[in-house]
Design a protein around this ligand. Structure first.
Ligand code: GDP
Ligand code: GDP
Length: 437
């Protein structure tokens, strides 16, 4: 399912990143516990009243060519208008309206996107009178708040989710494998898609699927239906921000949401970058199957050790995703491109794998026998049984006597035993502890 995108725009120092952290706060704390996941303060997810959404602080985006502050903000606003479902326009309630605020307002009004005006830094009720001036900017929803203290953010989020578009129905059936091809600009995503579409065994449907903001390419290979999600997002359209790497993350968000399998394309000549980690991290966190494709292998100077060295580099950077297979290809020469869709199909099957409770428990009981859960605080951890509660990705609930006695490393051990028994190649597996009553 596609999550709505909420973007925060506004001048520097009005409190955008404070607000971002407030909304994303708890989730960031959880994610930062996991080693290896790149966490910046620009993209996160939030939820309110059971509605999940992507959150972007456009203040953290850098645009190479913009020198003037106003140019910079204009580009942030344009990007938010293009990509977001709801825009949170943050202003400084203590300072009053500035010329830049007025300019941003004009842009936002022209866009017809829903806007919630966040009048920030109103830390005490006695400051609330300051907010009336901001009605001049002409927005319906004007919310006084203090990001610093956290007051008013609930009212803000009530307004934000009230403007979410209705959930979009996916119109592909469950047997169609939805593939997102993601990666930084210039790693060769479009070249790879074109190669795949030109393959002998691939039959491309003459009717492209279109959604609100994407053009999908449905195709069939040896009886299996696939759809390549959002190939429109790969087209370059010439706006300044479109060449920036962080923008490519935003484009990737929706495509990843809608996919079963994320093909993460890396540049074999350049190696792994922070930006690659960000995109791959999103695929992992949203529970997608993942396949790494190292492209431009034709251009890499190689000896017999090069491939293993690169493989190790990928594993070092993506230690939290060591389940994902790696393919070395060249979109230019076509080398191994024919293996991409079969591998996508394989990881998609693993992503949808359902293990019967009896077979699952044989493996879990054997694992617990071989290495019993540790004793801690003088109490013995006891495992009762497990059951798979979901697919895509596989999620397994483990019933135990005291969940807090089970250390992360023991869960990791159980996961490894499950992977040894069932494979789960290319897919994250979610293990959840529940207290057995
Ligand atoms: P950004 O540049 O828009 O991202 O602004 P920041 O979030 O970095 O905040 C700029 C400054 O304003 C920091 O010193 C914050 O501590 C402060 N600030 C942010 N929100 C509030 C607020 O609600 N009340 C007060 N008094 N200060 C705030
Ligand atoms: P995208 O921005 O990720 O869609 O990347 P493109 O498909 O537009 O490719 C970016 C550049 O890399 C182009 O100049 C391509 O010709 C080049 N390129 C793509 N794949 C390969 C490859 O396998 N080998 C080499 N040597 N160049 C490639």
């Amino acid at each position: 399912m596609t999550l709505p995108i909420v973007a925060i725009v506004g001048r520097p120092n009005v409190g955008k990143s404070t607000l971002f952290n407030r909304i994303a706060g708890e989730r960031i704390a959880i994610v930062e516990d996991k080693p290896g996941i790149t966490r910046d303060r620009i993209f996160s997810r939030g939820d309110w009243s059971g509605r999940e959404f992507h959150l972007i602080d456009t203040g953290g985006l850098e645009f190479g060519q913009a020198d003037e502050v106003t140019d910079h903000i204009r580009q942030q606003a344009e990007l938010a208008i293009e990509e977001a479902d709801v825009i949170v326009f943050a202003v400084d309630g203590r300072e009053g309206i500035t010329a830049t605020d007025e300019e941003v307002s004009r842009l936002l009004h022209r866009s017809k996107k829903p806007v919630v005006l966040a009048v920030n830094k109103l830390d005490h009720v006695k400051h609330y009178d300051e907010m009336y001036e901001f009605y001049q900017l002409g927005f319906e929803a004007v919310i006084p708040l203090s990001s610093l203290h956290g007051t008013g953010t609930g009212d803000l989020l009530d307004q934000v989710i009230a403007h979410f578009p209705p959930a979009m129905e996916e119109f592909y059936d469950n047997d169609t494998i939805r593939v997102a091809i993601i990666g930084r600009p210039n790693v060769g995503k479009s070249s790879l898609v074109n190669r795949i579409l030109g393959e002998e065994r691939v039959i491309v449907s003459s009717v492209a699927g279109t959604t609100r903001d994407a053009i999908d390419t449905p195709l069939t290979r040896e009886g299996q239906d696939f759809v390549i999600i959002d190939t429109a997002g790969m087209r370059k359209r010439g706006k300044v921000y479109e060449s920036t790497e962080k923008y490519s993350v935003i484009r990737a968000l929706r495509a990843i949401d809608r996919s079963d399998v994320a093909v993460v394309v890396l540049d074999g000549e350049e190696g792994v970058t922070e930006q690659d980690k960000r995109v791959a991290g999103i695929a992992h966190e949203t529970g997608k199957a993942v396949l790494f494709v190292i492209n431009k292998w034709d251009a890499v100077e190689k000896d017999e050790k090069t491939m293993n060295r690169f493989r190790r580099e990928v594993l070092d950077h993506f230690s939290f995703m060591d389940y994902a297979p790696i393919l070395f290809i060249s979109a230019k020469t076509g080398q191994r491109v024919a293996q991409v869709l079969p591998m996508v199909q394989e990881v998609a099957e693993q992503h949808a794998l359902r293990i019967s409770t009896s077979v699952l428990n044989q493996v879990l009981q054997d694992a617990v026998m071989a290495t019993p859960p540790p004793t801690s605080k003088g109490r013995r951890a006891r495992f009762s049984y497990g059951t798979q509660v979901a697919v895509k990705p596989p999620a397994i609930v483990l019933f135990v006597n005291e969940p807090e006695l089970f250390h992360f490393s023991y869960i990791r051990y159980l996961e490894n035993q499950l992977r040894e028994a069932f494979g789960f190649k290319g897919t994250p597996v979610r293990l959840m502890l529940r207290k057995k009553n």
